[in-house]
Design a protein around this ligand. Sequence first.
Ligand SMILES: Nc1ncnc2c1ncn2[C@@H]1O[C@H](COP(=O)(O)OP(=O)(O)OP(=O)(O)O)[C@@H](O)[C@H]1O
Length: 241
Amino acid sequence: MIRVTKLSKQLPGKVNILSDISFEVGAGEFVAIKGASGSGKSMLLRCLALREPWSYGDYEVDGVSIFKKGFTGKLKVRREIAYLEEKPELLPNKTALKNVLIGARHQTPIWRRVTGMIRNDDYMGAMDMVEKMGLLDKAHRKGDKLSGGEKQRIAIARALVHGAKTLVVDEPVSGLDPHTAEQVLSDLKRMCQTQGITVVAVLSQGDWAERFADRILGLNGGKLVLDIKGRRMTAREKMLL
Ligand SMILES: Nc1ncnc2c1ncn2[C@@H]1O[C@H](COP(=O)(O)OP(=O)(O)OP(=O)(O)O)[C@@H](O)[C@H]1O
């Protein structure tokens, strides 16, 4: 469970990017973030993944107060919360499977990256995850020969194989055709339902959030203006964003 209390983010010069944001996300929940361009969606994700320092606020993950725990708190977030950028970077010359196994630079021991040595258990685990993502037939295709949607799904598989319990994902379906977008979001949703993985995803386009999310958070000018169950939004709710 993630609890964010009064998160604020200021940049030098006192510009407020995020103001007084509080919300909770339960284990296994799929939460979508919506908001206009510049409303602070990416900054919120980056703060959740501790890619950006917070100016103010409390952060609790599974009952652990992250900032009070200092280094171990931050390590917990690094281990358990994976941040996936809009266009995930894969190693272009490695296969999809190798990308799942050794691609995550900060999570793979350097000796294993250098030697390419893989334990059998790890290999099976990665293959299993690639299959769950519906990409078994692409497992041996090189990273640069995968489509945008396939790259997204390999990046998700990589994060899960390396122990992430929560995926914080920036626009996972932007630039994808509707069929592929549907596949990526269905995979994410299934991970939530069957494995208790928590997903916080920016889904600003179309009605993806309304169709797939358990909850929708809405940002406007760095403020949380909406926190509703995942359902068709009313015209009034849309006006708030
Ligand atoms: N490093 C930075 N320095 C100055 N301003 C920044 C920085 N990073 C973000 N901002 C500003 O913070 C605000 C929120 O940015 P953010 O990227 O979170 O928006 P967003 O909602 O994700 O937008 P988009 O949908 O266009 O990606 C924007 O006004 C942006 O210009």
